[in-house]
Design a binder for this molecule. Sequence first.
Ligand code: PXL
Length: 275
Amino acid sequence: MKKVATMQDISCVGKCSLTAALPVLSAMGIETAVLPTAVLSTHTMFHGFTFHDLTNEIPPIMDHWQKEQFHFDAVYTGYLGSIAQLKDAAMLFEDFGTGIRMADPCMGDDGRLYTGFTEEFAAKMADLCREADIIVPNMTEASFLLQIPYQKEYDEAYIKEVLKKLTSLGCRAAVLTGVSLQKDHIGAYAYDRKKDHFTSYFDRKEPESFHGTGDLFAAALLGAIVNGRSFEQSLKIACCFVKRSIHLTIAEKDHNLYGVNFEQAIPYLIRLLKE
Ligand code: PXL
């Protein structure tokens, strides 16, 4: 059985980070170890959320894992709770990163950093991205990683330039999520530096956008790669899964705005994986 370890927070309500990645990876037939970075009552788009930092727990957990000689086919970092955790995430890559190392530099959207993050954090996140094989930023996170202005409007040449700059941080491949080159379409654009190859997948844009879709995308992408799908196939699987989750959410009359109905898109994800 394939094994993944993922380091991100538990938002008790909100359908993001661990409560999204764990069910997705498990459903894809992957044993998933978790390294929780913080426990929040909800994700940070709610007002008044509680935040319990678990920074002190992480080194002893990793020490124990080392003593037990655990090995993983992939390690994957998401939302980190403090600057100190960036060092722990680098340790996770160093000590357990014999397989794929993926960093989702969760820290912002729509041109802004999420509550609690600073430009200093973003600069240090770029250092973690250097150590990864694959990084999966959205356009906002890419601009903070590269310290370039966030652009709402862009063309394909700009996306390719950003992807090349992202991989020149040191990672093998970069996937930009939430890319829109045509008014009604959205998708992901990727660059594999080793193969010097671009790949992309776009589909019709759903009329609303939701929280947590980046986390679902990252988990499904890694799950497909770990299951032996090509980078191109994995990109398509992750895009289709996120689109279906959004579609199912909107179709539900009383849907909430904090997360998507990914649970009911899981059977579709499994079908995509088997195709
Ligand atoms: O979806 C990214 C994410 C993960 N974890 C927490 C968040 C967010 C986005 O806002 O607040 C706690």
